[in-house]
Write a protein that binds this ligand. Structure first.
Ligand SMILES: C[S@@+](CC[C@H](N)C(=O)[O-])C[C@H]1O[C@@H](n2cnc3c(N)ncnc32)[C@H](O)[C@@H]1O
Length: 210
């Protein structure tokens, strides 16, 4: 049991939404979805005590950056302590919704990967859609948004993405859906393959049938 994590859960149960951090197996499964050779900017929403952040920092290039958006100030202080000697890692005691502002302020044009552990299911519908849109806009064509959640409810809302692949991962307490949403690659200079909205939705739901 991670004492800091459990204490923060007791303080803010709906925001933290879990009594234990992700398992080692889940961390490795999520990290395996990232191509660290091409990942220059990686963003994490809701790192908590940093179980995914440490693995990402361990694997990422020396010229890459990792931006951590964490609402809880106690977790942030602990993350700052952990990454005090790693200039690639930026701890932000901010809501994930502030990603576009942070990108502007830091001259970041896009984020190659965005990883999320925040409890999306408790967000109000308009906030959920706004965060999905901001996330999509922050990615380049071919970029990925990777989430792990107890339910896979986000898939019905995340239709702005061009591809989605889910798996149900049992080696975590509780088991989690890991879903990778992708922004379509460039086709003839365009970010989105030309196709009708209906076609888009059909492709989305058949790929994302977990
Ligand atoms: C379920 S915990 C996940 C922690 C960690 N990623 C893990 O896998 O163990 C969710 C974390 O998201 C943070 N959080 C919730 N909503 C957030 C938001 N809108 N922006 C940033 N962080 C948020 C919480 O404070 C909490 O630390």
């Amino acid at each position: 049991m991670n004492a800091l994590f459990f204490k923060r859960f007791l303080q803010r149960p709906f925001q933290i939404a879990s009594i234990v951090p992700s398992s080692r197996a889940l961390v490795e499964r999520v990290a395996a979805k990232i191509d660290f050779d091409r990942a220059r900017v990686i963003v994490e929403y809701g790192p908590g005590e940093g179980v995914h952040s440490r693995e990402i920092a361990r694997r990422m290039r020396s010229d890459s950056r990792l931006l951590l958006f964490e609402l809880d100030p106690v977790f942030c202080r602990d993350l700052e302590r952990q990454f005090a000697d790693d200039r690639r890692v930026i701890v932000l005691n901010r809501n994930a919704t502030e990603l576009p502002l942070e990108m502007d302020g830091r001259g970041i044009t896009h984020c190659d990967y965005i990883l999320s552990g925040i409890p999306f299911s408790i967000l109000e519908i308009d906030k959920k859609h706004a965060l999905l849109k901001a996330t999509y806009d922050a990615l380049p064509p071919g970029g990925s948004f990777i989430i792990y959640q107890v339910t896979n409810e986000l898939k019905q809302h995340a239709t702005i993405f061009d591809h989605a692949e889910s798996e149900y991962f049992l080696q975590n307490i509780p088991p989690m859906f890991i879903t990778e949403f992708r922004k379509g690659p460039m086709v003839n200079g365009h970010a989105h393959p030309a196709r009708s909205r209906q076609n888009h939705l059909e492709q989305f739901s058949s790929r994302n049938s977990a």
